[in-house]
Structures are given as C-alpha cells and as structure tokens.
Ligand binder design. Structure first.
Ligand code: NAD
Length: 362
C-alpha cells in the first residue's frame, strides 16, 4: 500500500488540519495505558484542559476528540481573560472497568514529562480521586479535592457562568435581564445541570428538566419545583431558553428547524454539530446563541483560581464577568450580522494575537 492510499484517515492528515503545538501519544504495555495529550496553543500560558476517559470506537475518533477539545480550551481561556493556553487529554478505555490507580499514575508520569506545558483536570470519565492519583506523580494537575488544597467541585461555578450567559441573552432580547417568569428547559441535570436548575429557581424562572436517567429526573424535578419532561420531545415544547447540559452536537440540521425557543445557552461543550453551518442557521432562524465555550468557562475559571491562589470571591467575580463578555459577543454578532460563535472566535483570536505581539518584545 502506498502512503497516499491511506492518507485521508491517517494521523498526519488529521494533524495537518489543525495547528496544534504538540500532540503526545502515550502508550504503556504494563498498565495498558493508551492516551493522547494535545497542546493546542500556549501563547497565553500553560495549556490547561481536562482528561477524558472514553471507550472510543477508533483511535482516529479519540484523536479527533482531543484535537477539537484542546482547541476549544484555547478559545475559552482567551475570551475569559485567563492567562492559560488550551490543551486536552483523552485516555482510551471504559472508565467503569479499565481505570485504576496505576493507570492514572502512569498517565501522570507522561504529564510530568511535559514540564508544566500541560496541566490537567477532570472531564467525562474522570473525577477528583483520579486527579489525586495524577498529583502523586506530578504537580501539574488541578481539580483536586479541597482537602488536598484544591478548589474542589467546579460545577457550581460552571452553572453560575451559564446563568450569566442566559441573563445576557434575555437582556439583549427584552431589555432587562430578570429571569422571573421566563421559561428555561435544562437538558441533562447532572453536576452542572442540577446547579443550574437551583440558580434558575432562585431567580423565579419556570424550569423544565429532562434527562435519560429517569430516577434522577424525578428526584431533581421534585427537589427544585421544576417540571419533568420527556427527553424525546423537549425541543418541540415552547420555552424561552434551551439549555443543553448533557452531550454536545444537539444543535444540528435536524433539531434547529424544530426549535421554538428564543435562546440557546447551556453548559455542554461543542453544542453545534457543525460550527459554521449551524451557527449560520441559528442566525438565520433568529435564535440567539450564547457560545458554549464562553458561558461554560466557569470550570476552567475554577481551575485557574486553584493555580493562582484560590479565592472564592475572585472566582465568583470571574464567573460573573461572563455576563459582560456575552453582551459584547452578542453586540458584535448583531452589528456585523455574523453568527455569535463566529463573533466569539474573532474576539478570542484577537486577544491571542495581541498578547503574542507583546511576548515577541522580550
Ligand atoms: N462539570 C463541569 O464543571 C463542566 C464545566 C464546563 C462544561 N461542562 C460540560 O457540561 C456538560 C455536563 O457536564 P456535567 O459535569 O454536568 O456532566 P454529568 O455527567 O454530571 O451530567 C450529565 C447529565 O446528562 C445526562 N444525559 C446524558 N446523555 C443525555 C441525553 N442524551 N439526553 C439528556 N440527558 C443526558 C446524564 O444522565 C447526566 O445526568 C458536559 O458537556 C460537560 O463537558 C461541565
């Protein structure tokens, strides 16, 4: 087989499409570890990003995921005014059956070898206990429990940022940002979703909730006085705000035409299945979109605080800044008639380019 014949699916072909600074393949026979660490951009600071453990169907899927996630982290840090770059890691495997202390500690050794250019935290399939194992091998990890000097669970801060994003959208549409009487559908009521439901109910919003976990759905709906709805037809209902807080890709060519909401603002990463196509479709449909990486930056903000000396007050302040950052993005989107995700990208890219210039001067 000539090299050309498998070019389309090759690792080098995938890498050539994105301008990552460094991609490290980690393999260890003794522990069975197979992982990829991607460092997208470190102009603003060391690359920070979660470690996701997932039973990927193919190695190519794992590579694609880590490349996309790490790029998103660069933009998230840039638009949030953080001095961090973007990175991410994936461990290939089922977190319920394949994860153990040695595997996580071996992975920690790979992070150690990157000498601080990559700092990790939790993501899907990993938790504070795993971060403790990584911490046994390297200091370049955040999201460790408060008992170990960490900042603890980032999801309340992530939810706070999402509320700020929702309020900024409501202000844009109705001239005031009160959520009283506004209706919000939260899809996925896990760690962030439940905190979001709590905050929305505190503001007297009418809240609908859906989740694939029926037991949890009933429990959370009852606890906060929310209305449980079926996950299958949640998008067919009428409400002001759709808040996707489970998996990405729920905003796509099939769902957008069905949507009756005025706003999309949630915590899930990569909500638009295709950023260019679906960002434009939302603009054309008149649905206001609060870019995901902007309003879900609370988790990264929490990690940043942990790295720079944790203060609850400062962390909350940074999460509250998401309100003005969202207002700025929506203004740019309206004035230039461009999709909100595109407007956010331009603002993030400008900050990186500006800081790169001052770095070149010393
Ligand atoms: N945890 C954080 O601090 C944080 C920060 C930023 C972004 N995020 C993103 O927010 C999202 C939620 O994160 P989390 O930590 O709350 O996760 P989680 O695993 O705690 O919760 C996810 C919830 O979604 C439900 N779910 C899964 N698939 C679903 C589907 N198809 N339809 C409806 N519900 C479904 C699950 O049952 C679960 O209750 C993820 O996309 C994550 O990447 C999380």
């Amino acid at each position: 087989m000539s090299l050309k014949s498998f070019e389309a699916s090759s690792v080098f072909n995938q890498l050539s499409k994105c301008a990552h600074q460094n991609v490290v393949f980690c393999s260890d026979e003794d522990t069975g570890l197979q992982a990829i660490i991607a460092i997208h951009d470190t102009t603003l600071g060391p690359a920070l990003g979660g470690t996701r453990m997932w039973a990927y169907r193919t190695e190519s899927d794992a590579l694609q995921d880590v490349l996309r996630l790490s790029r998103t982290m660069t933009y998230k840090a840039a638009i949030s005014g953080l001095n961090l770059g973007g990175g991410s890691a994936v461990i290939i495997g089922d977190s319920r059956t394949d994860k153990n202390e040695v595997l996580m500690r071996r992975f920690g050794r790979f992070i150690k070898n990157l000498n601080g250019s990559f700092i990790t935290a939790e993501d899907l399939g990993t938790n504070p206990r795993d971060m403790e194992y990584i911490r046994m091998e390297t200091e370049h990890v955040t999201g460790v429990p408060e008992s170990m000097g960490g900042a603890g669970d980032p999801s309340p801060i992530a939810a706070k940022g999402v509320v700020m994003g929702i309020k900024a959208c409501i202000k844009e549409l109705y001239g005031n940002d009160s959520l009283a009487g506004r209706s919000v559908a939260v899809q996925g009521i896990g760690q962030v979703g439940e905190n979001l439901v709590y905050l929305l109910r505190e503001e007297n919003a009418k809240v609908y909730v859906s989740d694939i976990n029926e037991e949890r759905l009933i429990q959370v709906a009852r606890k906060y006085g929310a209305e449980a709805v079926s996950n299958n037809n949640i998008l067919d209902l009428e409400f002001d705000v759709y808040a996707p807080c489970a998996l990405g890709g729920t905003v796509n060519s099939e769902t957008i035409p069905r949507m009756k909401c005025a706003v999309i603002a949630g915590s899930a990463n990569n909500q638009l299945a295709d950023e260019e196509l679906h960002g434009q479709m939302l603009l054309d449909s008149g649905i206001l979109y609060a870019p995901d990486y902007l309003i879900n930056a609370g988790g990264m903000i929490n990690c940043y605080s942990e790295l720079t000396g944790y203060s609850r007050k400062r962390t909350m302040q940074l999460a509250e800044n998401i309100y003005s950052a969202t207002r700025k993005v929506l203004k740019k989107s309206k004035e230039e008639n461009i999709p909100a995700n595109k407007a956010a990208d331009i603002i993030a890219e400008k900050r990186i380019a500006d800081i790169r210039k001052i770095k070149a001067s010393y």
